[in-house]
Design a protein around this ligand. Sequence first.
Ligand SMILES: [Zn+2]
Length: 80
Amino acid sequence: MKEHCSHRTDCLKMIQLILDGEATEQQLARLKVNLESCKPCIEMYHLEKEVKELLTKRMEKKCCPDQLVATIKSKILSFS
Ligand SMILES: [Zn+2]
């Protein structure tokens, strides 16, 4: 297991592609090999994944259009 990554920029790019669901089969296979031998990249992968999940959750929470529309409508009505 490598303690230091000599191709960190490449790894990060690939990790982001995969988390965005835009990586090709070939890229996926390459990253898998990388992640098995490269400690910093494993950590980076988990960190990126966590951040992405957090962002997704926050977006889902924010996005409840029906309730939002109802709230805005009632506010407009209370002003008129
Ligand atoms: Zn790496």
